[in-house]
Write a protein that binds this ligand. Structure first.
Ligand SMILES: Cc1cc2nc3c(=O)[nH]c(=O)nc-3n(C[C@H](O)[C@H](O)[C@H](O)COP(=O)(O)O)c2cc1C
Length: 362
């Protein structure tokens, strides 16, 4: 089946965004069972555990689901780079009474090994962020029976994914929470709003487009579909869901967030990501361009973020969230997607009635 047909047949054309660190199997299963499509974020899953994770999803639901990997580059930083980066982080570790980490023996899971495991696992949909697969890698996924979705922040990135043979594009706008997927240009050139990105990608690429970024309820879903997207991908809207693996400090920070609370920062991970602004983001802003690139800085701040979480200190945690996170609501993920679809239908009906009035009473 083509991706267009799969999305068209979804009872609810909503994708739960993969969210490493904020979502796991339970959320993906609940969303897929409800008639939308769940995504398993597998970036932090070891290659040896990927097949079992996908099998568990398959055993739990016959409905389609996606599995997502982050295409992290292999990292072999010089020891001095680590020394400088850790020296910069030392006061933050000291403040929390946490020991400075030793030189890590690995910075993230090996992407090629994860991809090989994913090909063996053959999920219905495989999605990727941070780079673009080669044509051979896409062919291997197709050969295994998986459809391939590539994430793009720009039209050029969408074209690169189309060139590689992807079945669809996840167009991730600047509004999006968490890491941004950009890989061809710098963050400034890659900062396009969801409305502009979805429309321009649709005009340039003959593939189904999934809209992501700033979609928080049924109005956003209806808007994405009206724009021509085949589905809406929602991340931040699920952060307060019962199944979100978001701890109490992060949840409270979302509920307490002031209006317009999010910022893009490179300080936590060495790659621009959007989260609720806190002291770490503010005080590291001046040096954020100097920290080592992802995944190195991400690894070096891992223990810091965990210590802050343990201490209940939101000021040193990466509180990933999108621009519209104030609209996040608690509830079971399966109830939320059903509610959003009802809202989308109501919004569309209200719009149709407005159109009718325009026609009959010009
Ligand atoms: C906490 C969090 C973690 C995320 N982790 C991933 C990930 O592992 N892989 C990925 O492709 N995108 C990830 N994203 C981005 C989402 O897939 C999606 O593009 C984004 O949430 C859409 O914007 P929204 O948050 O405004 O809904 C993450 C987003 C958040 C908020």
């Amino acid at each position: 089946m083509s991706l267009a047909a799969l999305l068209d047949r979804l009872p609810i054309p909503i994708l739960q965004a993969p969210m490493a660190g904020a979502s796991a199997e339970a959320m993906a299963i609940a969303v897929s069972r409800a008639g939308a499509m769940g995504s398993l974020a597998a970036a932090a899953v070891a290659p040896g555990d990927i097949v079992a994770a996908v099998e568990a999803m398959r055993a739990a639901t016959e409905a389609p689901f996606a599995v997502n990997l982050l295409m992290a580059p292999a990292a072999a930083p010089a020891p001095t780079v680590i020394d400088v980066a850790l020296a910069r982080l030392a006061p933050w570790y000291a403040e929390l009474g946490a020991p400075l980490p030793a030189f890590p023996n690995r910075f993230t899971h090996d992407f090629d090994a994860q991809l090989r495991a994913l090909i063996r696992a053959a999920p219905p949909v495989a999605s990727f962020s941070f780079s673009v697969l080669t044509r051979d890698q896409v062919d291997a996924l197709h050969g295994a029976g998986s459809l391939v979705v590539g994430t793009a922040n720009t039209v050029a990135e969408a074209l690169a994914w189309a060139e590689a043979g992807a079945d669809g594009i996840c167009a991730q706008g600047f509004e999006a929470g968490g890491h941004h997927a950009y890989f061809l240009e710098d963050i400034e050139a890659s900062s396009v709003g969801t409305l502009a990105l979805v429309a321009t990608v649709l005009a340039a690429v003959d593939l189904p487009v999934i809209a992501a970024g700033g979609i928080m309820d049924g109005r956003g879903v209806a808007a994405a579909l009206a724009l021509g997207a085949s589905a809406a991908q929602m991340g931040s809207a699920f952060l307060l869901a019962d199944q979100a693996t978001v701890g109490p400090t992060w949840r409270q920070a979302i509920m307490d967030a002031p209006q317009d609370a999010t910022r893009l920062t490179r300080a936590f991970s060495g790659r621009y990501a959007r989260g609720i602004e806190n002291r770490f983001i503010r005080e590291m802003r001046a040096v954020q361009d100097e920290v080592p690139a992802y995944p190195v800085q991400n690894r070096l701040t891992q223990a810091l973020r965990a210590a802050a979480d343990q201490a209940g200190d939101p000021q040193t945690m990466s509180l990933w969230a999108g621009q519209a996170v104030k609209l996040a609501r608690p509830g079971a993920a399966e109830d939320l997607v059903r509610l959003w679809w009802t809202q989308a239908q109501a919004a569309t009906l209200a719009l149709a009635q407005r159109m009718e009035r325009g026609v009959s009473d010009p």
